[in-house]
Design a protein around this ligand. Structure first.
Ligand SMILES: NC(=O)c1ccc[n+]([C@@H]2O[C@H](COP(=O)([O-])OP(=O)(O)OC[C@H]3O[C@@H](n4cnc5c(N)ncnc54)[C@H](OP(=O)(O)O)[C@@H]3O)[C@@H](O)[C@H]2O)c1
Length: 261
């Protein structure tokens, strides 16, 4: 199978590296305007660098579009290929818009997340009607390499879910960074805060996923009456942490809608 990768930044590289690890027979053709990232990625996956957008072979089966949403109009102006299955990872860019600019109705919209890099991501998949079941199956097995897959029947659900799956890693890294700097402030010179906090997140994540209980029940199970954890949780409640997080998620959702216009 031949796959073109147009835009080889962080997200495209994470996906392509994972897919290559699972299936070395796929041949990737990489392009970026400055060539540097295309070369880096192609070298890692035994791929081919295309110097210009006109250098792709005629029998490419899938085109992964992975530039920034604001760069896609420039890209589409130069894109001259006819038969095409477009896989877009562009945040907020609808299949209607993509269909117009690439002049095709065969579009697969994927919303990946950064843990895809280690096969632990969540990929939201939406297929336009013209995508056959065979192509759907091919895509599903391709993106399985990146972690969990959620296939959506309704494209409008991508936005709200992206706030959790796509921006979620950023939110959790932010919280981890607060823990990290608070631990560092305590001055344990012999202990690496990053190691401790990343193990904390890994342990809690695995436990949360292994147990059949919801997060609140698990939190209650580790909170003894009048204990240390309870003192911290009570302070969260007094400062209305729930409302702060709720408001932040709403702000992210509003921005996601603005970008999609
Ligand atoms: N990062 C995330 O967590 C995440 C999550 C979900 C979705 N996404 C989506 O993934 C896409 C890429 O994000 P990223 O973080 O990987 O960005 P990035 O690291 O900045 O990579 C963007 C790539 O696009 C290339 N590019 C720029 N203009 C182009 C053009 N006219 N034609 C072809 N390629 C062009 C750039 O080439 P040069 O190297 O030559 O500049 C670069 O390789 C975005 O649309 C974003 O919405 C990202």
């Amino acid at each position: 199978m031949k796959i073109a990768v147009i835009g080889c930044g962080n997200m495209a590289s994470a996906i392509v590296l994972r897919v290559h690890e699972e299936n070395e027979s796929i041949q990737f053709y990489c392009y970026t305007p400055t060539k540097i990232k295309a070369e880096t990625l192609a070298n890692k996956v035994n791929g081919v660098v295309c110097d210009t957008l006109n250098d792709f072979p005629k029998d490419i089966e899938y085109w992964i579009i992975a530039c920034k949403p604001q760069q896609v109009d420039d890209l589409a102006r130069e894109f001259k290929y006819k038969s095409k299955n477009i896989i877009s990872i562009l945040a907020g860019t609808t299949t209607k818009k993509l269909g117009k600019i690439f002049n095709t109705d065969k579009i697969i919209r994927v919303m990946p997340s950064t843990p895809s890099e280690i096969g632990m991501g969540i990929s939201l998949l939406f297929f336009t009607e013209s995508i056959t079941q065979k192509l759907k199956n091919e895509m599903t097995s391709l993106f399985k390499a990146c972690g969990m897959i959620i296939e959506l029947e309704d494209e409008d659900r991508i936005g709200p879910l992206t706030v959790f799956t796509g921006s979620g890693p950023g939110f959790l890294f932010h919280i981890a960074s607060i823990f990290e700097s608070e631990l560092t402030k305590l001055g344990f010179k012999d202990i690496c805060s990053k190691e401790v906090i990343s193990q904390l997140f890994k342990g809690v994540g695995n436990l949360y996923s292994d147990k059949k209980l919801d997060a609140l029940t698990l939190q209650k199970q580790v909170t003894s009456k009048a204990g240390v954890t309870e003192a911290g949780i009570e302070s969260f409640k007094q400062q209305k942490l729930d409302q702060i997080i709720e408001k932040s998620l709403k702000s992210a959702l509003i921005r996601e809608k603005e970008l999609g216009k």
